[in-house]
Design a protein around this ligand. Sequence first.
Ligand SMILES: Cc1ncc(COP(=O)(O)O)c(C=O)c1O
Length: 415
Amino acid sequence: MRSVDQGMQSIDESVKKLLSGGGKDIPLFKVFIPESVIEPLREVLLSGYIGEGPRVEEFEQQLAPWFNNDNVLALNNGTATLQLALRLANVGYGDEVVSTAMTCTATNEPILAMGAKIVWADIDPWTGNINPDDVAKKITPKTKAIMCVHWGGYPCDLDELNAIAAEHGIKLIEDACHAFSSIYHGKPIGSHSDFACFSFQAIKEMTTVDGGALVCKCKADRERGRLLRWYGIDRKSKRKDLRCEEDIVEYGYKFHMNDVTAVIGLEQLKYVGKTIENHRANAARYNEAFKELTAVRPLRYKDDRSSVCWMYTVRVKNRQKFMEHMKKAGVTVSQVHARNDLHTMFEDFRADLPGVGEFTSEQVSIPVGWWLTEKDLAHIINAVLEYERYLRPRIQEMKKPPRKYEKKTAHRPNL
Ligand SMILES: Cc1ncc(COP(=O)(O)O)c(C=O)c1O
């Protein structure tokens, strides 16, 4: 029989293969699972209690300071947090939600699941984030909520978005699935709006394998969400029969986290600060190295907020060529998310979105995470600079004004 250690080693090898093209390329994402999780995991697995229990509660309590907010609900994935937030915002059949197309489809599919309509607002093509001016234009009497996404972890214009939501008496839902521990105006994401939705999916800086946290501004929403995450059942109430609940007032879902994933989360919280520090430090290296480039341009970020840098997105001239070049250099790059509005499932909501068009034609993300060694960083920067050296003269050539008409006519035959 193989030992646990042998098993872990072979898992590690196959994961490396999957993530990094046979172990040769520098991966764009990598799963962080500390060895120290094995013992607590073993303990909970053999404890006889693996459902939603004390470890989930403990995980929620330990998450609270990360959001500067006690109203935390641990759920089984980020998509569930979004759907529950929409439900708590009372979004229902025929309502409208103003949302962004520049995201994972998981942001927008829950809107359809609620029977609501999506109204696309455009984005800032230099951040990837929703544009509050366009959001304001898209509000109608049917709008129930605004959905924003912090692209790569860079916070949206939350003051402006919250002001629009307050003016119209509607809810702001932050899809913060890229933004665990990002900071806006000195406070962490999770402490600004009606709802913030986090994902602890496999490749996030903070992972529980799958999992998520819904953070509510208001205690009453947290309380209602606590019931709805488990079929509307109050698991804390005393029952006459162990398995049979009293009356259920409102239908719910099976969205709760369990003690097994919560134990992984509790262990991850010991490391995630350091993981995030690494992401931020690597991003700062890129910002410095790429600040003068014309072919590969970093996004334009303000100093009043700080991204957790889950992704490092650049805008690139002739992206296909860049992607081929990076692949040859052994660096995995990707657009990560495609614009959502062009999917057939969203075809009823088509709109003119020039910002999305501009961003989507040039954006691509390069590896920025905790796994990069000094050698990897130097190699990636070198590969980007090599591309710049190749493309810059061509861009300058394209920028030159066309030759003057008179010169051409000087050689014309006299007709
Ligand atoms: C922006 C965004 N929203 C939502 C989700 C869905 O999260 P989950 O996979 O945990 O359901 C993701 C997942 O990566 C995401 O990137």
